[in-house]
Design a protein around this ligand. Structure first.
Ligand code: PEP
Ligand code: MG
Length: 567
């Protein structure tokens, strides 16, 4: 049986299924303890998992669990459960009903982030129900053999106690590309397919299950012959990935010998570890939003300092670029209230937000500066749209430096400051911004979104077409040229940087610094090693002369066939 879901984390996996799915609802199950008792026990369980994850440096997961722990005491949940109890419902049934009602309320809101909160709430409630019924939740703690995890939902709490080496793949009935588990699987390099309910229904624990995390394909009920075929495929793919990873340890150069920097984009110390494993030349982008997600109160200066120092330890002295908080748009945070806006992507986002709430920026800059006394760090400001914004951000940097100097705290006084060029106005003004910057990094996701007036998460444009639109290419070329003229380094991050189709084009446009997720590094380096810069320049010239994204895509697809020798 073959099913198709959403490919959330690429890679192939074939292993016995391990179904974490309880197919029974609470209806008919009698609670053997009170709601209050179950709640207290669940909080204790979360405390243990949070402590274990924090101890193991798995900070992002610990933070998700902190948020789940807070949900256990949520007033709305308590009110709804009490209503159910007053109506005479059994506690487990009361929790289920409360969860259902609250999730329906959340589903009204048109936001991926809020929908994710509903997933979190379901996870918390299903744990409460299991505790109420004194039912053992299937646990991953003792997992000793390789499996593909199959579940309706999975939260980082489920993975907290698991030996990740045993988890070869993940298949979920629910979830989206932006769900915590999809992001986590991606950063850990575990192949995953989400949004595939029929596969979850069909899977049987112990029976082999195959998944392709790139295409979203899941196969189960395999014949012996099919299993052998798929095992060969997985082995070949594994071999290819290992070879790529080996090659990736070498510095990246084009076929004609031009050195190219391949840097990583990361979000915490675990992905920092991946960055080292995949031999990134540096960390080109540390997204600090993770530190502010799923929590009700802001992280203080000390907590931020420890977070940066932990990453510095993982990187062993390598340079890393910390982007100041880019919250807002599709990335709100409960700890930073933003008034409701009609168009959040065009509203209070990135540097615009932190300049309006400068205590947040100042606290972050102080933590970054203090970390810079012990590590090679540069700072990057997101969503800059004008010279005034850049100057204001730099003034806060000066204030932070003055304060620390007065307090006698050490920092790097010459810390390098740069900007993301991801808003058209910044791109058009980049010659004016350059003298005030030590570096640029082009954010291809947002630059395409704002140039084309098309939501980067929406379906207005095919994802592939967006950054290959001739208007986007012209602007990227302009920024690269201005940066070269001004003599400041310019990297490019976002989806475009890791798209193999775009590699020759970007090289031909003069890009020599790519910033990609760690897992994308081997394939990118391999692609670069096969390309000749002369050919790439010709391809870039032709692409820049195209009239439509479709023409660009066809050109690149044709060239890919010609410039990459068959294996
Ligand atoms: C981008 O916009 O391309 C980028 C790298 O930043 P983010 O995806 O975090 O907005
Ligand atoms: Mg961006």
């Amino acid at each position: 049986m073959v099913f198709t879901g959403i490919g959330a984390s690429s890679g192939l996996a074939l292993a016995p299924a391990f179904c974490l799915t309880s197919k029974r609802g609470p209806v008919g199950r009698a609670s053997s303890r009170s709601f209050e008792e179950a709640r207290e026990q669940l909080k204790r369980q979360y405390d243990q998992s949070i402590a274990a994850l924090t101890g193991a440096g798995r900070r992002a997961e610990a933070e998700v669990l902190l948020c789940h722990r807070e949900m256990v005491s949520d007033v709305l949940l308590e009110e709804r459960v009490n209503q159910g109890l007053i109506q005479g419902l059994d506690p487990a049934a009361a929790v289920e009903k409360a969860c259902h009602i609250l999730c329906q309320m959340l589903a009204q809101v048109n936001s991926d982030y809020i929908r994710q909160r509903a997933e979190d709430l379901k996870d918390v409630c299903s744990r409460l129900i299991s505790l109420l019924c004194q039912e053992e939740l299937p646990s991953l703690a003792g997992l000793e053999r390789e499996v593909v995890l199959v579940a309706h939902q999975l939260s980082p709490a489920d993975l907290a106690t698991a030996d990740l080496a045993c988890i070869k793949g993940i298949v979920l009935a629910g979830g989206t590309l932006t769900s915590h588990i999809a992001i986590l699987a991606c950063s850990l390099g575990i192949p995953a397919v989400v949004g595939c309910p029929h596969a979850v229904e069909a899977a049987k624990s112990g029976e082999p299950l195959f998944l392709d995390g790139a295409s979203g394909k899941v196969e189960c009920g395999l014949t012996h012959r099919r299993k052998t075929e798929l095992a060969r495929l997985v082995k070949e793919e594994g071999e290819r990935v290992r070879q790529l990873a080996q090659q990736a340890l070498l510095p990246s150069v084009t076929a004609d010998g031009l050195p190219i920097r391949v840097e990583s984009s990361i979000s915490d110390s675990r992905t920092a570890q991946k960055s080292v494993e995949y031999a990134a030349d540096a960390v080109g982008l540390l997204r600090t939003e993770f530190l502010f997600h799923n929590r009700e109160s802001l992280p203080g200066e000390e907590e931020q300092l420890q977070y940066y120092l932990e990453i510095a330890r993982q990187l062993g002295g390598q340079r890393f670029t910390i982007r100041t908080l880019d919250i807002g748009g599709d990335k709100p945070s409960p700890c930073i209230p933003i008034p409701k806006e009609e168009n959040p992507f065009l509203g209070t986002r990135g540097i615009r937000l932190t300049l309006r709430q400068p205590e947040i920026l100042l606290c972050q800059l102080r933590a970054i500066l203090r970390a810079s006394a012990q590590a090679d760090i540069q700072v990057m400001y997101p969503m800059i749209t004008s010279l005034e914004e850049l100057q204001a951000a730099k003034q806060w940097m000066d204030t932070a430096k003055k304060q620390l100097a007065q307090e006698g705290l050490p920092f790097d006084p010459a810390i390098r400051e740069g900007i993301m060029v991801e808003v058209p106005s910044a791109a058009l003004l980049c010659d004016l911004l350059a003298p005030h910057c030590d570096f640029f990094s082009i954010g291809s996701n947002d630059l395409a979104q704002y140039l084309l007036a098309a939501d980067r998460n929406g379906e207005c444009l095919p994802q592939l077409g967006s950054y290959l639109h001739p208007a986007v290419l012209r602007v990227i070329q302009m920024v690269l040229d201005r940066a070269a003229e001004e003599g400041i380094p310019c990297s490019l991050c976002g989806e475009m940087a890791k798209d193999p189709l775009a590699t020759p084009l970007l090289l031909g446009m003069g890009l020599t610094n790519f910033v990609v997720t760690p897992a994308a590094i081997p394939a990118l380096k391999e692609g670069i090693s096969r390309l000749d810069t002369g050919v790439c320049r010709r391809i870039a010239r032709q692409a820049l002369a195209c009239s439509t994204a479709g023409e660009v895509v066809r050109l690149l697809q044709m060239e890919k066939g010609q410039t990459v020798p068959a294996r």
